[in-house]
Design a protein around this ligand. Structure first.
Ligand code: ADP
Ligand code: MG
Length: 340
């Protein structure tokens, strides 16, 4: 393949360059990785795998008009986010991210410069996390951009953190802050411009790979999930898989200064911002005895880990304390693609 393909001009589109031209551009941008024995350019990728570990595989689709709108995001951020939402699932299992495969359905008149920006954003996060794009598939789509990413990772079998290990009396923790991404989306939908730091949380989330790995390696998390659909919905998944109940104290949910300030002005948006998703923080449960080790991991990584509730026997259901201090019952309500 031609390694000296010039950068695209403004007007160049995929229709000019073709599928293989684009693949060549992706290929020339990828850093070599000694564990990738055969990368882009053959029928399959061939990669080595850490001896004695188990394989983690995850896939997420990002569809134009469903998951993103081109007028709200730049293509670099879209590429970054396409990798991030998948890498976050590896983080949630406590794994190391290794290999990615990227499926693209591209409308033929998409400017090549846009696709290059997309690839730059995608590979910037791969590079940051030491994971390698090894292959994929590229097709023409009729009207909209569709993105499908598969990520593979590894972990020692006994360290894998599933959703099903939460036990009564465990403490529920969340990392970082919640609500920034939902606030950005709300503001975009209202036609307002979100603050830069809030917009960044929505467009370029940071998957918590180091944290997930540290918690898994220390063996402190009884169950773990990433907060993609919203804290209520994702805690709900843990409760269902673990067959337990919980009490979540929404007054304890960690909020950034920007979200706190916004909610002081618009308290009626509390529910929407708090329950919104796409924070890509980690939610995990741990027994009381692990508090000290969790505090150490938090200090070591410089990531706040906040206790926000506790696990209850299944008969107690899913309760939460609202911002006025009243105990409420819930059926988990976050984002669900097939409900309105
Ligand atoms: P095949 O017909 O055998 O599926 P393709 O012509 O679809 O092969 O792809 C050629 C090579 O380019 C393969 O190694 C494939 O993994 C890689 N590839 C195709 N699209 C992408 C993409 N979007 N990102 C990364 N690699 C890709
Ligand atoms: Mg193919």
């Amino acid at each position: 393949m031609d390694k000296n393909i010039p950068n695209s001009s403004e007007k160049e589109t995929l229709a000019h360059l073709g599928e293989f031209g684009l693949i060549a551009r992706i290929q020339q941008r990828i850093k070599t990785n000694p564990h990738v024995l055969t990368g882009i350019g053959d029928d399959c990728s061939v990669c080595s795998f850490p001896a004695g570990e188990v394989l983690l595989t995850t896939k997420d689709l990002l569809l134009e008009g469903v998951h993103f709108r081109r007028e709200w995001t730049d293509m670099y951020s879209l590429g970054w986010k396409s990798a991030a939402v998948n890498l976050s699932d590896i983080a949630a299992m406590g794994g190391n991210a290794l290999y990615l495969h990227l499926g693209l359905g591209i409308p033929p008149h998409t400017p090549l410069a846009d696709l290059e920006q997309f690839i730059e954003g995608f590979l910037a996060l791969c590079d940051q996390e030491g994971a390698t794009l090894c292959g994929g598939d590229t097709c023409r789509s009729a009207h909209e951009l569709s993105i499908s990413v598969t990520v593979q990772g590894s972990a020692p079998q006994l360290e894998v953190c599933t959703r099903s290990g939460a036990r009564p009396d465990d403490v529920v923790f969340v990392s970082g802050t919640l609500g920034d991404s939902a606030l950005a989306l709300l503001q975009l939908m209202q036609g307002d411009k979100p603050l830069d730091e809030v917009a960044l949380r929505h467009h370029r989330p940071q998957p918590r790979l180091r944290l997930g790995r540290a918690l898994a390696q220390a063996g402190v998390a009884s169950a773990m999930i990433d907060v993609s659909d919203g804290v209520f919905s994702d805690l709900g998944h843990v409760l269902e898989c673990s067959n337990v109940g919980a009490e979540l104290d929404t007054r304890l949910l960690p909020l950034s200064a920007a979200v706190k300030k916004h909610l002081r002005h618009y308290p009626e948006q509390h529910r929407q911002v708090i329950r919104g998703g796409e924070d890509y923080e980690l939610l995990f449960t741990a027994s009381m005895e692990e508090q000290q080790r969790i505090a150490e991991i938090s200090t070591h990584l410089g990531i706040p880990l906040t206790p926000v509730g506790r696990i209850l026997p299944v008969e107690e259901g899913f309760c939460y304390i609202d911002h006025s201090g009243t105990l409420q019952r819930t059926s988990a309500g976050g984002f669900n693609h097939f409900s309105s």
